[in-house]
Ligand binder design. Structure first.
Ligand code: 5GP
Ligand code: ZN
Length: 112
């Protein structure tokens, strides 16, 4: 996608603090961190949201979750939260599927 922020980060056209990369995923720190660890894990290929990704490429979908767990472990967290905001009404602002990894503080429930 020509005009997609996360496609540009994956391509290296926009800088990001990349913390982990696999064959199908890239993980980088959120620019507006909501917790001491706040990393976004994205598929290298463009899909609008998590369900579209899971339908088209189940292996990449699984790799996204495994990458998220590896990032949490690497940063010393046993407890962490994974979030897919899906749709503008649920807070999705970038329409390239991404899994938020949040950790390092008390994470209350329900979320805001
Ligand atoms: P969403 O709101 O779509 O679930 O999450 C998008 C996330 O991308 C937000 O948490 C936002 O802070 C982050 N973000 C937006 N622009 C950039 C950017 O240019 N670089 C990085 N690293 N994160 C970004
Ligand atoms: Zn994209």
């Amino acid at each position: 996608m020509d005009d997609c922020l996360f496609c540009k980060i994956v391509a290296g056209e926009i800088p990001a603090d990349i913390v982990h990369a696999t064959e199908r995923t890239v993980a980088f720190r959120d620019i507006n961190a909501q917790a001491p660890t706040h990393v976004l894990v994205v598929p290298r290929d463009h899909y609008a949201d998590a369900a579209e990704l899971a339908t088209a490429d189940p292996a990449a979908s699984a790799e996204l979750v495994l990458t998220a767990a590896a990032v949490a472990t690497a940063e010393g967290h046993d407890d962490y939260r994974l979030v897919f905001n899906t749709g503008a009404g649920a807070g999705q602002s970038v329409f390239h599927a991404h899994l938020h990894v949040l950790a390092g503080r008390d994470l209350t429930w329900p979320p805001g």
